[in-house]
Design a protein around this ligand. Structure first.
Ligand code: HEC
Length: 121
């Protein structure tokens, strides 16, 4: 029964390798807020939140470095907009990111957005 036993060992090895790879992938996915911002948001909202990009200008996005721009939004509003997207009269202005980002990552992005309005010390 040597071949069958060898097969079992091989399966075990593959199983543990899969676990290791899966763990590696999970930690790679848990990107920092800054990384997520650059990957998913910066092309419209700008790397600095000022929305001075081609798309940001076209879409007339708010300048997040100006504290007044988000004054009427609560953190929950910002998280909801990020997760579910923004609609205007049923027309999608921004798609939601709940399929790409975890709730924790979205919370971190809200902090990132608020941070754009904090003057650098
Ligand atoms: C394709 C361009 C685009 C991308 C990419 C994008 N947004 Fe937006 N975002 C918009 C538009 C358009 C609005 C609606 C602005 C308005 O109603 O004035 C918006 C609105 C928002 C709002 C609501 C507050 C506001 O400015 O009106 C938040 C919060 C927000 N975006 C966060 C994010 C985050 C976080 C990401 C990345 C995970 C992201 N956005 C990616 C285009 C984009």
């Amino acid at each position: 029964m040597a071949p069958a036993h060898a097969g079992l060992m091989k399966n075990k090895l593959i199983a543990s390798l899969t676990v290791v790879l899966a763990l590696g992938a999970t930690s790679a996915l848990a990107a920092t807020a800054g990384e997520n911002w650059d990957t998913h948001c910066a092309k419209c909202h700008g790397p600095d939140g000022k929305a001075q990009t081609k798309l940001g200008t076209k879409l007339k996005l708010k300048d997040y470095s100006n504290p007044a721009s988000l004054a009427k939004f609560t953190d929950a509003d910002l998280a909801k907009a990020t997760a579910q997207g923004v609609k205007d009269n049923g027309k999608e202005k921004m798609k939601g990111f709940s399929d790409k980002l975890s709730p924790d990552e979205i919370t971190a992005l809200v902090k990132q957005i608020r941070g754009f309005a904090v003057p650098a010390k």
